[in-house]
Write a protein that binds this ligand. Structure first.
Ligand SMILES: *Cc1c(COP(=O)(O)O)cnc(C)c1O
Length: 316
């Protein structure tokens, strides 16, 4: 659910700058991962912003590209990273999206859509195991292969396992690195597919205090002790994806000690008043800090908070 009280500010300049910095640093093609509506930040806006910086786009399913008319919006190709939902090459060609395949049947049926081989280097999920690589490559006359890599060894296996299969005088294009491997020169290969690294620092998510009061003893459902002696309330809760964790109020680090269904408590300092802005993400509060408190990944944190409120796009 979305809270009308939560403002999700998305800085498109920052996303573009992140992409430009990645491109300059890696020196190979950047394929921007915009799956899941660009991690909740809006795939159409992000794709438009990045079209001159990137070689193409990665989505999970073809529908994510067609639903925003990605080809006409950007004139850049796309690839899927999930299993193909259909084996009709014409639909893939019309969308300018190349399917990832992992079986001989998928490769053979989608041969006209120029399928890309997805190799299982450890993830053990819709990808081709090493012994089948030669058969799938041949069945789809495949010229590009990738792996879902979270560790350097995944990228190294991709290179090693594909080494015997490059046709004479040609090289199969290879890629592995997502955000976590952008600093590993050996993982960069022919292209990178960052998602999170494009979006870091680009979302600022806030809600105003609707109440601010001096606490008179333990507070809320769970009677939490008010260490600061003052607390407030925002109109967003776990139904909007919030969880107990850090926040900022008037430049000071505070906490959401208790999150209810549609409201959350905020610890406050003496001068904080109703109308003051509570920052749930952004300013000096980064995805990794909130993710640590939540015991989850920065990806999930961004996605969850980006869906908490109303989007506003800003430029710089
Ligand atoms: C999601 C995904 C990415 C991007 O991951 P980040 O960690 O957000 O950079 C790249 N490759 C594959 C296969 C993915 O599923």
């Amino acid at each position: 659910m979305m809270s009308p009280s939560v403002r999700v500010e998305i800085d498109l300049h920052r996303i573009r700058r992140n992409a430009e910095q990645i491109a300059a640093r890696v020196g190979v093609e950047v394929w921007a991962t915009i799956k899941a509506d660009a991690y909740g930040l809006g795939a159409a806006k992000v794709a438009q912003t990045l079209r001159d910086v990137v070689a193409g786009f990665c989505v999970f399913a073809r529908e994510e590209a067609t639903s925003i008319d990605l080809w006409n919006l950007t004139r850049r190709p796309a690839m899927t990273m999930g299993p193909p939902a259909d084996l009709n090459p014409a639909a893939w060609l019309a969308a300018h999206v190349r399917p990832a395949v992992s079986t001989v049947e998928q490769a053979a049926r989608l041969i006209d859509a120029r399928p890309i081989l997805c190799v299982d280097t450890g993830m053990q999920r819709f990808a081709c195991p090493q012994p089948n690589i030669a058969d799938v490559l041949q069945a789809g006359r495949i010229d590009e292969a990738y792996t879902h890599a979270t560790r350097l060894e995944h990228a190294e296996r991709l290179v090693e396992w594909l080494a015997p299969h490059h046709p004479p005088g040609q090289r199969i294009k290879l890629h592995a690195a997502a955000s976590s491997l952008l600093d590993e020169p050996a993982a960069l290969l022919d292209a990178v597919r960052p998602g999170l690294a494009l979006y870091r620092g680009a979302a600022r998510i806030t809600a105003p205090l609707v109440e601010a009061t001096d606490s008179t003893g333990p507070v809320g459902y769970t009677a939490w002790p008010s260490e600061t002696g003052r607390h407030g309330v925002i109109l967003a809760g776990y139904s909007h994806g919030l969880r107990p964790g850090p926040c900022l109020v008037n430049g000071r680090r505070q906490r959401l000690p208790e999150v209810g269904m549609q409201t959350s408590y905020v610890t406050l300092s003496p001068g904080d008043r109703p109308g003051d802005v509570v920052t749930l993400l952004g300013d000096d509060l980064i995805e990794a800090d909130v993710a640590f408190a939540w015991g989850t990944s920065p990806h999930q944190t961004l996605m969850q908070l980006a869906g908490a409120g109303v989007r506003h796009y800003v430029e710089g």
